[in-house]
Write a protein that binds this ligand. Structure first.
Ligand code: ADP
Ligand code: MG
Length: 613
């Protein structure tokens, strides 16, 4: 197979690297957008595993994990734990970590044994450099050009020696480190939080494969300052796998497991865990596991949650510690929460965070790609691919999508400089809807029908009650004027893409003037339409809710209250039917009805709790 021609004549590119304990990623900014690069198999996430073989080049990633089954003593995983530390600092747990053994060098450095027969050792930096070489190669293949510069992320708590070791590893891989970036900062960049107002406070909850980190960041003059960190370097997805494996071994009365059995069971447990993020139940299957006998058992979400809860409870205490530290420094309370790391894909983690801290996590990015994306963004800024794009072009007209009741919901306003990117979360307006139509519009009018339709995509999702679906819609216009619409079902992470060439930016001047002129001419009517539509929606929600509640608990109300509610409902109904479409009057009538039904709502809640007790 012929290799693509290499050249250094193209602009000097900088790549962004998330060098993780369990997984690593490489990304870059292309045409104004950060992307994660895939290897030749289409994989974007590379296991941070290196298998050494005598007389051959080491293998990295998925093949290394496969090699581990055959040669566990020469396959190195989680090497990040050893970076920049001395041998005498290691704990008993560190020694138990892998299937390989650790030795001290003369200068108290760590030597990782890669060959039990020759007892040859390598440094943690060298193992890391193999991972970095692999990532560099993926980037070079994908970009068809040589790559020599990188931004590499490290945990916020890494000390100087750990950062220096990371830098040395990159140099050994032939990469000049342009910047060492904190992982939570990278994640915040990926979520676009650098555009927030000054002094905003962000919590980054990073639950990965082997570690948990909570960082509190505060935005100051466009730069994220790490104001508090807390974590547990021995708490992650691996512990969840172990808990499941232990549970299964107990159910099967397996007793002691040999190393091979243990590794097979753990990888089956991990598969089951990841499946349970989507499914309500799944099977663990181990064909011909012991003495030719096969084992199989079903695990439900309920039993999974019992195993999981104590582990996630531990993250709660760590969060509280970091929040308290931030508070002691006079930092305001946390306003934004972002989730990072593969283990935050577990729905119970998200639920508990909401319950504990009342914070709704931002789910617009894939949690295991956020750090890599942020590294790519930082790299793009450094090589001028992000910031120095000449910002002469602006969007001539607003871009948005149609929402409930045929309204225009603007996502990128008129006159935004391009490249531009913005997004919003939408939900289903009707129960049991099985798809959401995303109609992409351009124009300045309040009602969708008066704007121009640029394109349409349909996002299917699992039917559920009203407001249960979560579809993130992101608009991105690159400097070539191509509008890319991405709709993501945040439940499944499934993406739907639509590219609209040129029409987003390239619009005839006369047409633009006409559209703007009309939007001014019709401003009053348009505004009234919008207010009316919104009020009508509110009424259509209120009326059935009120009549349901009256049926349920109306009898317990005093006669005059009941009559007042019915009169208020009737007033709303009358206005809805009136051809005059008096938006303000309808709004007021809704408000009155809302007020009248306060006691009613309380009674319904009481009745519901009564049922429970
Ligand atoms: P790190 O940053 O520690 O290198 P990641 O952020 O990639 O690692 O997280 C890896 C962990 O995420 C693993 O334990 C993996 O099993 C877990 N994980 C990945 N996908 C899922 C999922 N869908 N549900 C639950 N856990 C997952
Ligand atoms: Mg990570």
């Amino acid at each position: 197979m012929a290799a693509p021609p290499m050249s250094t004549s193209k602009e000097e590119i900088i790549i962004g690297i998330d060098l993780g304990t369990t997984n690593s990623l490489v990304g870059v900014v292309e045409s104004g957008f950060p992307i994660i690069l895939a290897d030749e198999n289409g994989d974007r996430i590379q296991p941070s595993a290196v298998a050494f073989r005598p007389g051959e080049d080491p293998v990295v990633g998925k093949p290394a994990l496969r090699a581990r089954e055959l040669a566990p003593e020469s396959t190195i995983t989680s090497v990040k734990r050893f970076m920049g530390r001395s041998f005498s600092q290691l704990t008993a747990e560190d020694h138990e970590d892998g299937s390989f053994s650790l030795q001290a060098t003369e200068s108290d450095q760590i030597g990782i044994q890669i060959d039990p027969t020759t007892q040859a050792t390598v440094s943690p930096e060298l193992v890391s450099s193999e991972i970095l070489k692999h990532l560099k190669q993926i980037a070079e293949n994908a970009l068809e050009q040589e790559v020599n510069r990188a931004v590499v992320t490290v945990p916020a708590y890494f000390n100087n020696s750990q950062r220096e070791a990371t830098k040395r590893a990159a140099e050994m891989a032939g990469l000049v480190v342009e910047r060492i970036l904190n992982e939570p900062t990278a994640a915040a960049l990926a979520y676009g939080l650098d555009k927030l107002d000054e002094n905003q406070v962000i919590a980054v909850y990073d639950f990965g494969g082997g570690t948990f980190d909570l960082s509190v960041l505060q935005l100051k003059e466009g730069i994220f300052e790490v104001v508090a960190t807390a974590g547990d370097t021995r708490l992650g997805g691996d512990d969840i796998d172990s808990a499941i494996a232990q549970w299964a071994a107990d159910q099967w009365n397996l007793g002691e497991l040999n190393p091979e059995e243990s590794s097979r069971l753990l990888s089956e447990a991990r598969k089951a865990k990841e499946a349970l993020s989507e499914a309500e139940a799944t099977d663990l299957r181990l064909p011909f596991f012991r003495d030719g006998e096969s084992y199989e058992i079903e695990i439900t979400r309920d039993s999974f949650h019992r195993l999981l809860l104590p582990l996630i409870e531990r993250t709660r205490l760590i969060c509280q510690r970091a929040f308290a530290e931030a508070e002691n420094k006079g930092v305001p309370t946390v306003q934004h929460l972002i989730l990072v790391g593969g283990s935050t894909r577990i729905p119970l983690v998200r639920e508990k965070l909401k319950e504990w801290f009342g914070l709704e996590p931002n789910l617009s990015q894939h949690p295991d790609e956020a750090v890599g994306l942020g590294a790519a963004i930082q790299a793009g800024m450094l090589c001028g691919r992000v910031r120095s794009v000449i910002l002469v072009d602006v969007t001539p007209l607003s871009l948005g999508i149609e929402t409930f009741g045929g309204l225009m919901n603007v996502i990128i306003p008129r006159n935004s400089t391009i490249p531009a990117k913005a997004g919003e979360l939408f939900t289903n307006a009707v129960a049991q809807q099985d798809a959401m139509a995303i109609r992409v519009l351009q124009g300045e009018r309040e009602m969708a029908k008066d704007n121009w339709l640029l394109g349409e995509i349909s996002v299917p999702f699992t039917p559920g009650p009203k407001g249960s679906a979560r579809v993130g819609v992101q608009f991105a216009i690159n400097e070539n004027g191509i509008l890319e619409v991405l709709a993501r079902d945040t439940e499944t992470g499934e993406d739907h893409l639509l590219a609209i060439e040129n029409s987003a930016v390239d619009v005839d001047d006369e047409e633009v003037e006409k559209m703007i002129g009309e939007s001014i001419d019709y401003a009053f009517e348009d505004m009234n339409e919008r207010v009316w539509t919104e009020a009508r929606f509110k009424s259509e929600e209120l009326l059935p809710a009120v009549s349901d509640a009256l049926q349920q608990v109306g009898d317990t109300l005093p006669e005059e209250d009941r009559e007042a509610i019915e009169a208020a409902a009737e007033a709303v109904r009358k206005l809805l039917e009136s051809p005059e479409k008096d938006a303000q009057a309808l709004k007021e009538a809704n408000r009155m009805l809302d007020q009248q039904t306060e006691t009613l709502a309380a009674l319904v809640i009481e009745a519901a709790f009564g049922d429970l007790s």
